[in-house]
Design a protein around this ligand. Structure first.
Ligand SMILES: *Cc1c(COP(=O)(O)O)cnc(C)c1O
Length: 374
């Protein structure tokens, strides 16, 4: 069956593009005719602007949020025999990159209110092999960075913040990506700051780590054709840099619009029984990459398909927590071992969320949810 014209998608990139079309077209055509497609002033300009935006001294652009995590782990010299503690409630790239450098992901449970890693659980998972913690600022909300940094300091661990979903979010007024040792970002089109293709970046205040990551991103070459180690090829291209420079200027405005949408959802949905609205910690200023509710009493899938029939799109992030993914059978996790993440996987539903979502559309979403749950 075709979708009705009034269908409300989980995410609508077309409206945003329409408002920027003229600016983006001009910039893209300029890059095309310049024939400078790799590196150069547009990429360097974006790196500087993004470093300033996040509040760090160094930004290294790369091909994706996945590569950003990989570069960060490699720069910290994490590899075979090392353990990295992270959340089981994230996109696969968070733990996949730990495996990619030869280390072992160790999953600990999340906080039931925020869906983010629970610092107390982190502390109890530390062994003499632990080298780093990767908190993910899931759905645009900062994890408890005060507690995580205190644990890291006490045990001399590195902290890599996975900021893929949280560009512009902050913790106690400090932007995520500037608090841990390295921040990693994704500019995949559906993220708050999205390119027109793949893109990513790492941020840090440590110039030594920055230098290593700059080298690793170009085949481990300190000078051209002089290779001191095995790296990768992971570049942000000039077209994406030009587009990201434009979009970065609008990011705060878009994030504020997302905050207004979240606030309205909260007011409209909180009184409805059978649903729990997302909470953020008092120190977190979130940017709502997703607005994710819990649907209670095992009704999530039923509610999701009924919403679809009523013209409301939604998504499930994430239906299987990482520790129970088939690829990790060898790690020996049992179902029931990380119960809060497992329960979240059964209950979460991400509702339409994008800066241009209108009040009328939101009212329709809420009306449909009420209808399904009554
Ligand atoms: C999107 C995402 C990534 C990976 O980013 P890509 O640019 O798609 O490689 C990593 N971690 C999280 C939490 C993400 O949401």
């Amino acid at each position: 069956m075709g979708q009705s014209v009034n269908f409300i998608p989980p995410l609508d990139l077309k409206q945003q593009y329409a408002t920027l079309e003229a600016e983006i077209s001009t910039a893209v055509l300029q890059v095309l005719s310049s024939c400078g497609y790799i590196g150069g002033p547009l990429v360097e300009g974006f790196e500087q602007q993004f470093a300033d935006y996040v509040g760090v001294s160094e930004c290294i652009a790369c091909n994706s949020g996945t590569d950003a995590l990989y570069l960060a782990l490699r720069a910290l010299n994490i590899g075979a025999g090392d353990e990295v503690i992270t959340t089981p409630f994230s996109f696969f790239a968070t733990s996949e990159t730990i495996d990619a450098v030869g280390a072992k992901p160790v999953f600990v449970d999340i906080n039931a209110q925020t869906f983010n890693i629970d610092p107390q659980q982190v502390e109890s998972a530390i062994t003499n092999k632990t080298k780093a913690i990767i908190p993910v600022h899931l759905f645009g909300q900062s994890a408890d960075m005060t507690a995580i940094m205190a644990i890291a300091e006490a045990h001399q661990l590195a902290v890599i913040e996975d900021c893929a979903q949280s560009t512009g979010a902050s913790w106690q007024g400090q932007k995520v990506g500037s608090i841990g040792h390295i921040g990693t970002f994704s500019f995949y089109p559906t993220k708050n700051l999205g390119a027109c293709g793949d893109g990513g970046a790492v941020t840090t205040n440590n110039s030594e780590l920055a230098e290593i990551m700059r080298r690793l991103r170009v085949h481990g070459a300190s000078d051209r054709y002089h290779h001191t180690e095995v790296g990768i090829n992971s570049r942000l291209d000039a077209l994406q840099a030009a587009i990201l420079q434009i979009k970065l200027r609008y990011l705060d405005k878009w994030n504020q619009a997302r905050q207004a949408v979240a606030h309205r959802y909260h007011e409209l949905l909180s009184p409805i029984p059978g649903i729990i609205t997302p909470q953020q910690l008092a120190d977190s200023q979130g940017v709502w990459n997703q607005y994710t509710v819990r649907i209670l009493a095992d009704r999530r899938d039923e509610v999701r398909s009924q919403l679809q029939q009523q013209g409301v799109g939604s998504m499930v992030y994430y239906p299987i927590p990482l520790h129970l993914q088939p690829v990790y059978t060898h790690l020996g996790y049992q179902s029931g071992q990380l119960p809060i993440a497992e329960q979240a996987s059964r209950e979460v539903l991400s509702l339409p969320m994008f800066p241009e979502l209108s009040v009328e559309q939101q009212e329709q979403v809420v009306y449909s949810i009420k209808d399904c749950l009554s």
